[in-house]
Design a protein. Structure first.
Length: 186
């Protein structure tokens, strides 16, 4: 699903930066290969420029505002797009759906069992290495913890640890093994 991204050039009043014809001078994937760049528009002539792209891989870009009308220090916007950018959209959509579902469920006692799980609440636990989440909110919170948490790789042992945000709770531990033909995470 394509997502909108916005860019602006320089500081100060954006309306003075309206009417530019920005172009991507670099639009590459994580391996450095050029990929087709999206069309850039300026909705409403406000000095804000929009492009839409479905990010399925890491993309780095350099956006050039113009060769005239901008100081050299205001001319370029550099950025990175990640597949995780879409993760928030998915969680927001699920959250809206769950909120609507929760409103309906209030009339039937606020308990819904689906696939053996209750919906839960924002107070639900995301678990740890020894305890899995017990409800849907817990699973959603765990996904967010994985997404925003830290990872530590210990080269000497080949252990990869996944922590919650703030590195306080170990969520999962994996072992990385190398052979002459592959690297495995198990």
């Amino acid at each position: 699903m394509a997502r909108d991204y916005w860019a602006a050039f320089g500081g100060g009043s954006l309306t003075t930066k309206s009417g530019l014809a920005p172009t991507f001078v670099t639009f590459i994937n994580g391996s450095g290969s050029g990929i087709a760049s999206p069309v850039i528009t300026e909705p409403g002539s406000k000095g804000l420029y929009k492009f839409s792209v479905d990010v399925t891989q890491t993309i780095a870009f350099v956006l050039d505002g113009a060769t005239t009308g901008l100081a050299a220090s205001d001319r370029f916007v550099v950025g990175v797009l990640e597949p995780q950018d879409n993760f928030g959209i998915t969680l927001s959509a699920v959250s809206v759906s769950l909120a609507s579902m929760g409103t309906t469920l209030l009339s039937v006692g606020n308990t819904l069992i689906g696939f053996g799980l209750s919906i839960g609440s924002t107070a639900s636990s995301f678990g740890s290495t020894s305890v899995d989440p017990v409800d849907i909110f817990g699973f959603l919170k765990r996904a967010q913890e994985f997404q925003e948490g830290n990872e530590t790789y210990y080269k000497a042992t080949g252990i990869l640890d996944f922590y919650s945000r703030g590195s306080s709770t170990l969520l999962r531990e994996k072992t990385i093994t190398d052979s002459s033909t592959s690297t495995n995470k198990s």
